[in-house]
Design a protein around this ligand. Structure first.
Ligand SMILES: NC(=O)c1ccc[n+]([C@@H]2O[C@H](COP(=O)([O-])OP(=O)(O)OC[C@H]3O[C@@H](n4cnc5c(N)ncnc54)[C@H](O)[C@@H]3O)[C@@H](O)[C@H]2O)c1
Length: 314
C-alpha cells in the first residue's frame, strides 16, 4: 500500500483515519474522497469529490491518482438508514459493488471496508457474541453490512481481490461529529455534560451496547490492513471489542468529572439497539492479527473530557 484513497473521508472515522495514514504514508499519498466538499478544502488536499455509486468515476479516480489501496468508509449509518432505507441500499450496497468492481478492474492491492455490529440481529446470542454466528439483521444498514462481508469473501476467493474489514461497535470520538448511528448518544452526551446542559437520551438507561474509542478504531483497521494474508481465516467479518456499557453507566462515569441532568426518552433507535449484542467475543481478531484494545470506559471518558474541554474552550 503506497497510494491510498479514502472514500467518505470527511466523516467521523475518516477525519481521524486520514491524518493517521498521512503520517504513515505521506500527505500527498492519501487522497480524501467524499460526496460533499469541505469548507476548508485547502487543508484537506489532496481531495476529490466522488460519489461511490459511480463506478466509472471511481475507476478514473484510481487511475488518475495512481492509487493501489482503498479505505471505503462512505456509507449511510444505521439510524439515518432506517429513515431512508432506499438511500442506504443505494449507497451501502450499490456503492460497495461499484467499489469492488472498480477495485477488481484496476487491480487494487487492498480494500478495507468496515462492517458493524449491525450485521447481527435479534436471533444472535447477545452476550459474548461469537465471530461466526447467526446473521439476520432487520435494518437496511445491517443487511448492507452482511452483504459487504459476503462480497468481500466472494471477491477474494473468485478474483483474489484482498478485501478486509472489522465489525465496528459504536465509535466514540471528539474530533468530528458522528454521522447518524444508533450509538451517537455516547458522543452527544459529552457536549451537553460539559456545557452543563440537560441531556435527553434516545436510548433506555439500561441499553448496554459494545463501544470503542476512536484511537482503538483506527488501530484496529490499520492493523488488519497490514496483517499478513496467510494468517487470515476471516476476511471482512472480524469481531473486535473494547468495552460495553449502558447510558446509565456512562452517565455515572462522566459525573465523576461534571454534574449534569439526564432524561431518558427512547425513540425508534431503541428498537435497533435491542437487536444488537451487549458484548462481543473478539478472539478471532486476537488470534489472526494480534488485536487488543488500549482503552476501557474509564480511560475513554477521561480522555474525552480532557480533549472536549479544550475543543470547547472550557
Ligand atoms: N461511527 C460508528 O460508530 C460506526 C460503527 C460501525 C461501523 N461504522 C462504519 O464505518 C464507516 C465509516 O463510518 P463513519 O462513522 O465515518 O460515517 P459518517 O456518516 O461519519 O461518514 C460517512 C461519510 O460518507 C460520505 N458519503 C455519504 N454518501 C456518499 C456517497 N454516495 N459517495 C461518497 N461519500 C459519501 C458522507 O458525506 C460522510 O462524510 C461506515 O462504513 C460505517 O458503516 C461506523
Amino acid at each position: 500500500m503506497k497510494r491510498i484513497i479514502v472514500t467518505g473521508g470527511l466523516g467521523q472515522i475518516g477525519s481521524e483515519l486520514v491524518p493517521f495514514l498521512r503520517n504513515k504514508y505521506g500527505k500527498e499519498n492519501v487522497i480524501v474522497a467524499d460526496i460533499r466538499k469541505p469548507e476548508n478544502v485547502d487543508e484537506i488536499e489532496p481531495f476529490i469529490t466522488l460519489d461511490v455509486r459511480n463506478e466509472e468515476a471511481i475507476i478514473s479516480a484510481i487511475k488518475e491518482n495512481d492509487v493501489d489501496a482503498m479505505y471505503h468508509l462512505a456509507a449511510i449509518l444505521s439510524a439515518k438508514g432506517e429513515e431512508n432505507p432506499q438511500l442506504a441500499f443505494d449507497v451501502n450496497i450499490k456503492g460497495l459493488y461499484a467499489v469492488l468492481e472498480a477495485g477488481r478492474k484496476t487491480g487494487l492491492e487492498r480494500i478495507m471496508i468496515p462492517s458493524s455490529i449491525a450485521a447481527f440481529g435479534p436471533e444472535t446470542p447477545k452476550d459474548n457474541t461469537p465471530n461466526d454466528t447467526i446473521l439476520k439483521p432487520r435494518t437496511m444498514y445491517g443487511i448492507s453490512k452482511v452483504t459487504g462481508e459476503l462480497l468481500a469473501l466472494y471477491y477474494w476467493e473468485k478474483y483474489g481481490l484482498d478485501v478486509r474489514g472489522v465489525r465496528y461497535p459504536g465509535i466514540i470520538s471528539w474530533k468530528a461529529p458522528p454521522g447518524g448511528g444508533t450509538t451517537d448518544y455516547a458522543v452527544e452526551i459529552f457536549y451537553y455534560a460539559l456545557k452543563g446542559e440537560k441531556y435527553t437520551c434516545f436510548l433506555r438507561e439500561d441499553a448496554t451496547l459494545p463501544m470503542m474509542y476512536m484511537p482503538d478504531a483506527i488501530k484496529a483497521i490499520t492493523m488488519l490492513a497490514d496483517a499478513p494474508a496467510e494468517n487470515l481465516v476471516h476476511r471482512a467479518d472480524f469481531n473486535i471489542a473494547a468495552m460495553s456499557f449502558s447510558p446509565k453507566e456512562l452517565v455515572e462515569e462522566i459525573r465523576k468529572y461534571v454534574d449534569f441532568e439526564v432524561e431518558y426518552k427512547p425513540d425508534y433507535r431503541q428498537k435497533i439497539a435491542d437487536s444488537w449484542p451487549r458484548s462481543i467475543d473478539d478472539s478471532a481478531a486476537r488470534k489472526e492479527w494480534g488485536w487488543n484494545p488500549d482503552y476501557n470506559m474509564a480511560s475513554m471518558v477521561k480522555d474525552m473530557v480532557k480533549n472536549l474541554k479544550k475543543k470547547l474552550g472550557l
